[in-house]
Design a protein around this ligand. Structure first.
Ligand code: HXC
Ligand code: NAP
Length: 309
C-alpha cells in the first residue's frame, strides 16, 4: 500500500515536474517513501536495489497510484551499487531517457555487533555498500553532469553518528562519516559548477530493514512509537515518514538552491541529548549478542534469497 496523500506533503502539486531523480535502495523503507513523494509531485524517479522483485513491485505500485493523478513515473532497475561496472551500465540506461536532476544516496547495509566480533568480510559487507558504493554512484553521475554542464542536487542519507560516533555500529558509522566528508568536499569542488551536495541525518524511523538488524528480536511492532518518556529523544517519539519525505523534497528541489554542503539532522533533537545510538548495548553479555547475531543472520538470509543481481 502507498504511504501518503498530498495532504502529507508541504508542497504544491506538480512541483517536481520535469525532474528526474535516482534513489538508491528506493524499493523499501525510507528510499521508497522519498520515491513516493517525488513521484506524487510529478518527478520521474529511478529506484535501484538488488532484489529485482522488490524493486519492480515498488515501481509498479508508485506509478499505478500516482501517475494518472498528475504524478510522474517510477522506474525500477536491479542494480548492485557495490559493482562499479553495474552502476555504469544502469546509469547509461537512465541517461538514455535524459539527464538526472537529482540523486539520493540512500542504499545501505547495517547490523549491530560488538566490534571485536567483526571479521574483515563483515566490515566490507557494510563499507562496500555505504562508503564505496555511494561514492561510485555519485562519481558516475557527477562525471556526466560535469561533462554536460548540468545542474543537480545530491543528497546522502546518513545518521547522527557522523557527529558523535556509533558504538556497536562502527562500520556503518565510519562509512557514513566518510559520506559526510564527501558531502562537504564536493559541495566546494563541484558547487561552482552547479552540483550541490547536502545530507540528511535521520534519527529512528522504523522500517523493516533497519529494525531487523538494529533491533533484532524486538517485540515492538514497526511503526509503534517508543514510550513518550523515552529519555533519548526530546520529542518522545520516532520520526514519521512524511517528515523525512518533506525534507528530501526540499533539498532536491531548486527552491533550496542556496543550501550547499549541509548535513541536517531530523531526529527530534535526539543527538543533542546523547541519544540515537547504541551505547546502551554495553550492558549486553555473550548470550544477548548471540541471540541478536542469529536473528540478524536470519533476516540477511531471507533478503539474500531474493537478490537477482
Ligand atoms: C557479526 C556478521 C553479522 C552479525 C553478518 N555478519 N551478520 N558478523 N554479527 N550480526 C558477517 C558474516 O558472518 C560475514 O562474514 C559478513 O558479515 C557478510 O555477511 P553476509 O550475510 O554474507 O553479507 P551480505 O549478504 O553481503 O549482506 C550484507 C549485509 C546485509 C549488510 C550483512 O545486512 C544487507 O544486505 N543489508 C541491506 C539492508 C540493511 O542492512 N538495511 C538496514 C539499513 S539501516 P564472514 O567473515 O563470517 O564471512 C541503517 C540505519 C541506521 O543503516 C540508523 C538507525 C538509527
Ligand atoms: P532498508 O529498507 O533496509 O533500506 C536499504 C535499502 O538499500 C534496501 O532497499 C536495499 O535493497 C538497498 N541496498 C542495500 N545494498 C544495496 C546494494 N549493494 N545495491 C543496491 N541497493 C542496495 O532500510 P531503511 O531504514 O529504509 O534505510 C534507508 C537509509 O536510511 C539507509 O541509508 C540508512 O542507513 C538510513 N537511516 C535509516 C534510519 C532508520 O531509522 N530507518 C535511521 C538513520 C539512517 P536490496 O537489499 O534489495 O539491495
Amino acid at each position: 500500500m502507498t504511504e501518503f496523500t498530498m495532504d502529507d506533503l508541504m508542497f504544491k502539486p506538480g512541483l517536481m515536474k520535469g525532474q528526474r531523480i535516482l534513489i538508491t535502495g528506493g524499493g523499501t523503507g525510507l528510499g521508497k517513501v522519498m520515491a513516493e513523494a517525488c513521484v506524487m509531485l510529478g518527478a520521474d524517479v529511478y529506484i535501484w536495489g538488488r532484489r529485482g522483485n522488490v524493486i519492480e513491485a515498488t515501481a509498479k505500485e508508485l506509478t499505478d497510484a500516482h501517475s494518472a493523478n498528475g504524478g510522474g513515473r517510477c522506474i525500477g532497475m536491479a542494480c548492485d551499487i557495490r559493482v562499479p561496472e553495474a552502476i555504469h551500465e544502469a546509469m547509461d540506461q537512465v541517461w538514455a531517457g535524459g539527464a538526472l536532476t537529482g540523486l539520493v544516496n540512500n542504499a545501505a547495509g547495517n547490523f549491530i555487533s560488538r566490534t571485536e566480533d567483526l571479521s574483515p568480510r563483515a566490515f566490507d559487507a557494510i563499507a562496500n555498500i555505504v562508503f564505496r558504493g555511494s561514492f561510485f554512484v555519485t562519481l558516475d553521475a557527477g562525471k556526466r553532469w560535469l561533462a554536460e554542464g548540468r545542474h543537480a542536487s545530491v543528497i546522502s542519507i546518513l545518521t547522527t553518528w557522523v557527529w558523535h560516533g556509533g558504538p556497536f555500529t562502527v562500520p556503518s558509522a565510519m562509512s557514513k562519516a566518510g559520506l559526510n566528508v564527501m558531502t562537504q568536499s564536493l559541495a566546494v569542488e563541484w558547487g561552482g559548477r552547479g552540483i550541490r551536495f547536502n545530507a540528511i541525518a535521520p534519527g529512528p524511523f522504523p522500517t523493516e530493514g533497519a529494525w531487523a538488524r538494529l533491533n533484532p528480536g524486538s517485540t515492538e511492532a514497526i511503526g509503534e512509537a517508543p514510550p513518550p518518556s523515552d529519555p533519548t529523544i526530546p520529542l518522545g517519539r520516532n520520526g514519521e515518514m512524511r517528515e523525512l519525505a518533506n525534507m528530501a523534497v526540499y533539498l532536491l528541489d531548486p527552491g533550496s538552491a542556496y543550501i550547499n554542503g549541509q548535513t541536517i539532522a531530523i531526529d527530534g533533537g535526539g543527538h543533542l541529548k546523547g541519544g540515537g545510538g547504541f551505547a546502551r548495548l554495553s550492558e549486553w553479555g555473550d548470550a544477548e549478542w548471540e541471540q541478536a547475531r542469529n536473528a540478524i543472520r536470519g533476516a540477511n538470509e531471507k533478503d539474500r534469497a531474493q537478490r537477482t543481481v
